[in-house]
Write a protein that binds this ligand. Structure first.
Ligand code: 5GP
Length: 119
């Protein structure tokens, strides 16, 4: 899938659309989801241009991949859900229900998220 520079998260990364920055480093930006589905609902996005988890896994550098997942761990801990538990979701493509074509992980917690989403 070709990367679309006009997607919303690309605009957030370029500062064209505001977000409430929760964490930022060389590799990632994290901010609350605009339509939270749980008391804690954070989006973590890589700074690199990757359309989805397949693109990220295939084409990101080892440093980008390590940096991304270390940040996810830190953000979960810093936002108080590492101990109580949480769900990470990476929706992918049409059948995965992906709305924004820039790879991102949802961190959902702060309450019981329940069983896996219905198939
Ligand atoms: P997806 O379905 O692609 O996995 O999830 C995209 C998420 O981005 C949705 O949960 C949606 O609420 C969120 N979102 C869409 N536009 C914006 C925005 O402009 N700002 C923020 N913070 N979240 C957004």
């Amino acid at each position: 899938m070709a990367y679309d520079d006009n997607n919303i998260f690309a605009k957030i990364l370029r500062g064209e659309i505001p977000c409430k920055k929760l964490y930022e480093d060389k590799y990632v930006l994290a901010f609350p989801d605009i339509a939270p589905k749980a008391p804690v609902h954070i989006l973590v996005i890589p700074k690199g241009k990757y359309a989805n988890v397949v693109d990220f896994g295939a084409n990101a550098t080892p440093d980008e991949i390590t940096g991304f997942w270390r940040a996810v761990s830190k953000i979960a801990a810093d936002n108080g859900v590492a101990g109580s538990g949480f769900r990470t979701i990476a929706n992918t493509g049409l059948n995965g229900g992906q709305e924004v074509p820039h790879f991102h992980v949802h961190i959902l917690g702060g309450k019981s998220i329940g069983s896996i989403v219905s198939a």
